[in-house]
Design a protein around this ligand. Structure first.
Ligand SMILES: Cc1ncc(COP(=O)(O)O)c(C=O)c1O
Length: 416
């Protein structure tokens, strides 16, 4: 039976696009990496079986592989409303962040300040914190220990004329609240600072529009957005002017984002990234038919269907968790998709998170436990054993209410 409602997401259609769905597991670890649709798999297979050679050579096979990579690169840029030369596909967000920090270091003087948030994954902290050895002052933007939230009022008190960068997450992979990225960018720009936004835990749930955010740098990982293991780094043309070239010397003078990508591409992964756009197009065509002119506009409509489904899942899960004895849900206590993503971390005092996640595994519910590389965020919320951390159930639009009920039933048994 189709789960399609006249104006809702056809969840069964979406699920049918993902070969791994139906393997007997309720996949609830999407914040660790989403499943990939067949479109991504077939593009990767096509690249490796038909065009595995040095791209952009003046031969038919080289042209084919180059065209495939170029098309994927253009699609990802279009998706996030960026110009192609403002985007690179690099190995991962963590690696891209380190390269970016290296590229920005020459513009920083001893005594300059970088604000990093306590809510962030280590990817958007460690690379900046290491700049302290060059005399840069690292300023921590703390979270509220009870709600886990970042406050722009607190940020206002940290910003000053020495602030050069504000590094923060669009949505944390633990707290999952949606931070007001455009407002934060406006505040940072007001004192002449730039922003580095980690969109990794955001981009699988909502459409990124780098221009609307007025982001200077925006990074996310395609493997959490239905794609292969690739990191996307957007750098605005204006922001690129402040970076030092990280490529070979003979590329110096080129002010495109490629200056932030020292190594060669992972060719087949880049080419396969176009399968992400194919997926959005397939969902768009299935629900809307018609023909919106740009991928960004088509994806906008698709993501609004995703949001409705995710909100229903988030509300059901959070309400169910809150009804269980002793469970502390972190972050906003609602599934409202204007407020948070359906990535739900919780803690049960007196029980280890690892044992709960393992017991969920025995019930064929795939969830995770730990600090998820955000130990400062976990510790600041009063969780004493940071390594054991929290249990995290993270959903995407292709999850179902039946899976939520299944995980809640399992938890009732586990927690007694
Ligand atoms: C919020 C967040 N930021 C950054 C990263 C790092 O991304 P990558 O694995 O591409 O380095 C992750 C990965 O889990 C994440 O969840």
């Amino acid at each position: 039976m189709s789960s399609r409602t006249p104006d809702g997401l056809d969840v069964e259609f979406c699920r049918s696009q993902f070969p791994e769905i139906g393997n007997g597991w309720a996949y609830l670890d999407n914040a660790g990496g989403s499943y990939v649709p067949s479109s991504v798999v077939s593009r990767m297979v096509a690249f490796l079986t038909e065009s595995k050679n040095q791209p952009w050579r003046h031969t038919a096979p080289g042209k084919l592989s180059g065209e495939r990579m170029d098309a994927a690169h253009a699609a990802i840029a279009e998706l996030i409303n960026a110009e192609r030369d403002e985007v690179i596909l690099g190995p991962s967000t963590t690696a891209n962040m380190f390269t970016l920090a290296q590229a920005l270091r020459p513009m920083l003087q001893p005594g300059d300040e970088i604000i990093v948030s306590q809510q962030d994954h280590e990817a958007n902290r460690g690379a900046w914190v290491r700049l302290a050895e060059f005399g840069i002052t690292i300023v921590e933007w703390p979270i509220d220990p009870v709600t886990g939230l970042l406050s722009t009022e607190v940020l206002q008190g940290l910003l000053n004329a020495r602030t050069r960068l504000v590094c923060f997450t669009h949505a944390s992979n633990i707290v999952a609240a949606i931070n007001p990225a455009a407002e934060i960018a406006r505040m940072a720009h007001g004192v002449g600072a730039m922003v580095v936004v980690d969109g990794v835990a955001y981009a699988g749930h909502a459409l990124v529009d780098v221009k609307a955010l007025d982001a200077d740098f925006y990074l996310f990982s395609l493997y959490k957005v239905y794609g292969p293991h690739q990191g996307v780094l957007y750098a605005s043309r204006a922001a690129l002017r402040h970076t030092r070239n990280q490529r070979h010397f003979f590329y110096d003078g080129n002010f495109t984002a490629t200056r932030l990508h020292p190594a060669g591409n992972q060719y087949e992964s880049v080419a396969a990234s176009q399968g992400v756009a194919d997926y959005f197009d397939a969902v768009y065509a299935h629900h809307f038919g018609g023909n919106e002119p740009s991928l960004h506009e088509r994806a906008k409509q698709v993501f609004s269907l995703f949001a409705d489904q995710e909100q229903a899942l988030g509300n059901a899960l959070i309400d169910g968790l809150r009804a269980l004895p002793g469970v502390r849900v972190l972050g906003p206590q609602t599934g409202d998709r204007n407020v948070r993503m359906p990535t739900v971390a919780f803690h049960v005092p007196g029980r280890t998170s690892k044992s709960i996640a393992e017991a969920l595994g025995s019930a064929k519910c795939l969830a995770g436990s730990g600090h998820f590389y955000a130990p400062h965020c976990v510790a600041a919320q009063g969780i004493a054993d940071v390594d054991d951390g929290v249990v995290r159930i993270s959903m995407l639009h292709y999850n179902t209410l039946a899976e939520v009920q299944g995980v809640l039933t399992a938890l009732r048994g586990i927690l007694g």
